[in-house]
Design a binder for this molecule. Structure first.
Ligand code: NDP
Ligand code: MG
Length: 348
């Protein structure tokens, strides 16, 4: 029996994770949390709405933590698991992006394993498994391009939250859906891949694949590229992480290969500057990725509230990065202060 602590149980990932746990007799929900939504219908030994997640984790003593909280708020759960050497199934990319070296140091101390839930990183993890690092040429992250792929900046000046929330291939929570529309999500994923796999930014590519069937690829030094294909359905990477290394069955139908046409295109980084801003923040290192993430979270919240135009999200993030000094954080308190300061940048 594997005892799962599910943080963010009421969200998009959380609900799908409950489905996977219920379908698998070897998985047991020992803890479930939410930010404020009641958990009355969730069957777990311990539940907690709001509050300090470390308390419920200490009580539940899980074998694996599925961090499906949205945003920087997920940082405590990520660090808790890494420090204690408890397996971490990571959907909450923001915590790894923001904590970066601090998270890796916690992982070295605790010996914890990160099993990525983000579909691209799950794909990369599977393509990389068992290969020596020197065989790998580049990682290729794929992205759908979101609902506004192909549009010009002029066409984006008046887009509404409802339009940004209409993602063509994935059904997800509102924050990541807006991040997919701005390409900030691919930027966060670039930094996430750097920290997960220890590959320099210059060797991580991004390509668009609008139907989200190819979840990512690895190019090897002999010229071969291994790709991971599947339906755009998060139950697969959630199940992979929770049942690793067993790779349990899921209810998904096989891909109908004969009906597939795969098209790839380069991302338009001029219309969607957040991808290039994330790459620059990642390359500069220190707390620049934390600032990128924090300013983006604040700007997305303002956009969803109708207080900030879509194109201003990138402008707010660029402004926050320009004001920051990027000095590395020595501990979580310093990191939280950097996060707080980057959010305080006035929006609109
Ligand atoms: P949702 O917005 O659907 O769910 C977020 C969950 O986090 C909810 O359970 C929410 O509780 C909880 N939560 C929100 N704020 C806090 C807080 N301050 N403290 C504790 N819990 C909180 O998000 P998603 O499920 O879409 O995404 C979750 C994470 O997974 C994100 O980091 C996202 O980037 C990542 N991810 C998501 C994918 C997807 O398909 N959805 C794909 C790949 C990655 P409440 O209901 O009470 O608000
Ligand atoms: Mg993803």
């Amino acid at each position: 029996m594997k005892r799962v602590a599910l943080l963010g149980a009421t969200g998009s990932i959380g609900r799908q994770a409950i489905e996977i746990v219920e379908a698998h007799p070897e998985l047991e929900l020992c803890a479930a949390t939410s930010g404020s939504t009641p958990l009355d219908d969730v069957d777990a030994a311990f539940t907690q709405v709001g509050g300090d997640v470390e308390e419920i984790l200490e009580r539940a003593q899980p074998d694996i933590v599925l961090n499906a909280i949205v945003g920087f708020a997920g940082i405590h759960a990520t660090l808790w698991a890494l420090e204690r050497g408890v397996d971490l199934a990571l959907a909450n990319k923001e915590s790894l992006v923001a904590a970066g070296e601090l998270a890796l140091a916690a992982q070295r101390r605790g010996g914890g394993r990160i099993l990525p839930v983000d579909s691209e990183h799950s794909a990369l993890y599977q393509c990389l498994e068992g290969r020596a690092p020197e065989q790998v040429e580049t990682l290729v992250l794929t992205g759908s391009g979101g609902p506004f792929r192909g549009r010009t900046r002029d066409e984006l000046t008046t887009v509404t939250p409802d339009e940004a929330l209409a993602h063509p291939t994935w059904r997800m929570g509102p924050k990541i859906t807006v991040d997919s529309a701005t390409l900030a999500n691919k930027g966060l994923e670039l930094i996430e891949a750097h920290f997960l796999f220890g590959v320099p930014y210059a060797r991580i590519e991004v390509v668009l694949q609008p139907t989200s069937v190819v979840h990512s690829l690895v190019r090897f030094r002999d010229g071969a590229a291994l790709a991971h294909l599947g339906h755009p359905d998060m139950r697969v990477p959630i199940s992979f992480a929770l049942t690793y290394p067993e790779r349990a069955a899921t209810p998904l139908a096989p891909l109908d290969l004969a009906s597939l046409t795969l098209v790839f295109e380069a991302p338009d980084t001029e219309t969607f500057p957040l991808l290039a801003l994330a790459r620059e923040a990642g390359e500069r290192g220190g707390t620049y990725p934390c600032v990128f993430n924090a300013a983006n979270e604040a700007a997305v919240a303002a956009f969803l509230d109708g207080r900030l135009p879509f194109l201003e999200i990138a402008a707010v993030v660029a402004d926050a990065l320009a004001r920051a000094d990027g000095a590395p954080a020595r501990d979580l308190d310093e990191l939280m202060e950097v996060d707080r300061a980057a959010r305080a940048i006035p929006v609109a």
